[in-house]
Ligand binder design. Structure first.
Ligand code: XUL
Length: 580
């Protein structure tokens, strides 16, 4: 038996197949700009000023094309047991009245695009997550509930341009005819699930948390927010109806249906092949790894993204909380920093004094124990930062090791090698601090509790210092370009201080793979092949091919190092309070 996982991202549609040992056995991809060039997208989107959107027809063509590639490769389509997948988040697809009939009447003699596009849609395009044309709408949503903190409390995020609620508000207002002609609004994830099922299926709950409309604690759409998006006189009930009323929850895997006859007749898929709800790409990423509560995934790309598995609902306007796509009562925290590799590269180049791009000197400095930076701290934000929410700035300080007070601000450290150590340290420290309120206290860290326990302020939180020093991740997983750099990853691991180890791995396929794993677990759970007590995390803990994970060795006395980095928390709070 095989399991398929799709990943409909901005630039491509990928499909992976795994076998029952969770090994990838086949993969196909369709690159939008290259292979579907007649849509004229650049990197998969149309961008005009602050509006960024994607043609829905291109996605339909890509689905047929990727299926054809699978068949042409000789892959045994009849042995696929179940399908799930991952899609770019926040985008919305507008099904026109009568779309369901078109979906149910699909015939294998024509391709999807011919049968559905544009007839099945009241808009040709779906807003893309890079769109930033909804400032006015975001303002209204926050104002309706009392501000960004209140909106984050309800929906897990403050208002964001790309989130679906503000996007729908704009469309309802600017395109009233298209809106009136819309029977059902899908997220990209529920759109693709619907096409595969040949019927319109509900939104998936975890991905619905990326809309600014879903009340995470009440686990229902927020009436207030639905009303602000489509005011009563304009059809708030109509919006709820268009959203399908209820989402499909993530408490248990819910079968969305067997695959549509179209795919059976055309590509030889088994008529019993099951479709399970697709989710958002970041949510699928956490399904691609054996992540448990308090585990943290650090993606060291151009920017740094930190994902955390938590049972603590502690929202903040500075990050996002989503319902976990596969584990009941858990959430996924997503912290997106804007500064990452770019900022480190600037310092690397300054130390090298040339543009060789060589990391040797930078890395030597990062790992140099004789380079004493115990009373130094630096923040390096060549781009405006999201967390903390401040303008572009670089600041270096010398602080009092006893009190954490800032003694001196410096234009430069005497030796630029200090910047190398300080940037990696402060980037990691910032991650550690933002993750802490989402972690459970950890007994093994109790001995580091200090007698004086001052209140420290970060972002919207004023918490006791011990709230930061007593919280350690269970495991930390590193992915992304800079995770290959031993020096950077080792220092990050030291500062984050995981209790049960640090790992790194290459994840070119993580979103699609998360879809495969979800499909396999859902199928086995639903068919009784595994017991109902085999939750998704247990399933992966037992079955994940562990040889794919590389353990990161952290030298020396971890507890001592952990304690020394904790001494920088108060000074960092003082330093951040000076940024605007
Ligand atoms: C997440 C986000 C992006 C897209 C990329 O909030 O907007 O990561 O999901 O596809």
């Amino acid at each position: 038996m095989y399991y398929l996982g799709f990943d409909l991202s901005t630039q491509q549609l990928k499909c992976l197949a795994i076998d029952e040992h969770l090994r990838i056995v086949h993969s196909e991809v369709v690159e939008f700009e290259k292979e579907l060039a007649h849509y004229g997208t650049r990197k998969g989107v149309y961008a005009h000023d602050d509006v960024v959107d994607c043609p829905v027809g291109m996605w339909l063509e890509a689905l047929d094309l990727v299926m054809k590639k699978f068949v042409n490769s000789g892959f045994d389509m009849g042995s696929v047991g179940a399908i799930s997948g991952s899609c770019q988040q926040h985008g919305s697809v507008y099904w026109r009245t009568g779309a369901e009939d078109l979906l149910q009447g699909l015939t294998p003699s024509e391709d999807l695009v011919k049968q559905l596009y544009p007839n099945a849609f009241s808009r040709d395009t779906a807003p893309n997550w890079q769109d930033h044309s909804t400032k006015v709408q975001c303002g209204r949503m926050e104002a309706r509930v009392g501000g960004p903190e209140e909106l984050a409390q309800i929906t897990g995020s403050r208002a964001h341009f790309r989130f679906t609620g503000p996007q729908i508000m704009k469309i309802a207002e600017h395109e009233p005819e298209a809106y009136a002609d819309t029977e059902s609004i899908a997220l990209v994830s529920s759109f693709l699930t619907s096409v595969l099922c040949g019927k319109i299926v509900p939104l998936e709950e975890a991905d619905a948390c990326g809309m600014n409309l879903y009340d995470i604690t009440a686990r229902d759409f927020s009436e207030k927010l639905v009303e602000v998006v489509a005011p009563k006189e304009n059809g708030a009930e109509g919006l709820l109806r268009r959203l399908g009323g209820k989402v499909v929850t993530c408490d248990e895997p819910v079968l969305m249906g067997p695959i549509a006859g179209y795919f059976v007749d055309k590509y030889g898929l088994n008529k019993n092949c099951k479709i399970f709800p697709f989710t958002g790409d970041n949510l699928a990423t956490i399904c691609s790894l054996p992540l448990e509560k308090n585990d943290v995934l650090v993606s060291l790309g151009t920017s740094t993204t930190v994902l955390v598995i938590t049972d603590q609902y502690h929202p903040s306007p500075n990050y996002h909380l989503f319902i976990h796509p596969t584990i009941p009562k858990y959430y996924m925290g997503m912290i997106c920093f804007s500064n990452g590799a770019l900022a480190r590269e600037k310092i690397r180049d300054a130390i090298n004094g040339d543009d060789s791009n060589d990391w040797k000197k930078f890395n030597d400095a990062v790992l140099d124990d004789s380079l004493d930076n115990s009373n130094e701290l630096g923040v390096y934000f060549p781009l405006g930062e999201i967390v903390p929410s401040v303008k572009a700035a670089t600041k270096r300080i010398i602080f009092d090791k006893k009190t954490g007070e800032i003694l001196e601000e410096k234009e430069a450290f005497d030796d630029p090698r200090h910047d190398a150590k300080n940037i990696v340290e402060s980037q990691a420290l910032s991650s550690k601090i933002r993750v802490a309120p989402l972690l459970n206290g950890n007994d093994s860290a109790k001995n580091t509790q200090t007698n004086s326990d001052p209140v420290v302020k970060f972002d919207y939180d004023s918490l006791r210092l011990s709230e930061y020093t007593n919280k350690r991740p269970n495991r930390v997983y590193f992915v992304g370009g800079a995770s290959k750099n031993d020096a950077i990853v080792t220092l990050f691991a030291e500062v984050l201080g995981a209790v049960n180890g640090n790992y790194r791995l290459e994840t070119p396929n993580s979103c699609a793979l998360g879809g495969c794993f979800k499909a396999m677990w859902s199928d086995q759970y639903n068919s009784g092949k595994i017991s109902k007590s085999t939750t998704f995390d247990k399933f992966l803990a037992e079955n994940f091919p562990k040889e794919d994970l590389e353990a990161i060795h952290v030298d020396g006395d971890i507890e001592k190092k952990w304690a020394s980095y904790n001494k920088k928390i108060v000074p960092l709070s003082n330093l951040e309070s000076k940024l605007k």
